[in-house]
Write a protein that binds this ligand. Structure first.
Ligand code: HEC
Length: 143
């Protein structure tokens, strides 16, 4: 690792730690940010089971910003988890991963009455959710 990368890694760690502390203080109460999905084919009201934007470059770009605004504080910048929440690079590719992804992003995760992850249904459109999924899938790691 050269010096710049070490500094970048330290900065990323501080952001994650700060995010974690803010998270604990806020008792999981975070406000989701809307995502502008202009440029993506509209999907209508019915929830799809499979990502219609998988591999779509426009979706991946929109998803990257949607992810950074809504998910990175827990799941890590660039989808590299700092340990606060599962590392989404290892989420299965394709339809199996799509289903679990939608389950979580729509409904969130509440464990023993504590909101570990907020529900995004009602805040993020289906288009935004699948764009974020396309971004996460593009970051998939097989190792
Ligand atoms: C407040 C922190 C927080 C935020 C914000 C958050 N998550 Fe999570 N997420 C978690 C935690 C904690 C878990 C693990 C829940 C559990 O133990 O079942 C999780 C689980 C998941 C899972 C299941 C992973 C697995 O391996 O089972 C997916 C998919 C997911 N989150 C996607 C997202 C996406 C996409 C966003 C942004 C739209 C997001 N999360 C925002 C904390 C968060």
């Amino acid at each position: 690792m050269n010096r710049t990368r070490v500094v970048a890694a330290l900065v990323a760690m501080c952001v994650l730690v700060a995010g974690g502390i803010a998270q604990v203080e806020a008792h999981g109460d975070v406000s989701p940010q809307p995502v502008d999905t202009t440029g993506l084919e509209p999907l209508g009201e019915t929830w799809l089971e499979k990502n219609p934007y998988s591999g779509n470059e426009v979706a991946i770009k929109i998803g990257s910003s949607g992810y950074n605004q809504n998910c990175a504080r827990c799941h890590g910048l660039e989808v590299i988890s700092g340990g606060l929440a599962p590392d989404l690079r290892y989420l299965e590719k394709g339809e199996t991963g799509d289903e679990w992804f939608m389950q979580r992003i729509r409904h969130g995760a509440t464990i023993n009455g504590v909101t570990k992850m907020p529900a995004f249904e009602g805040t993020l459109s289906q288009e935004a959710m699948w764009a974020i999924r396309a971004y996460i899938e593009a970051k998939h790691d097989d190792s």
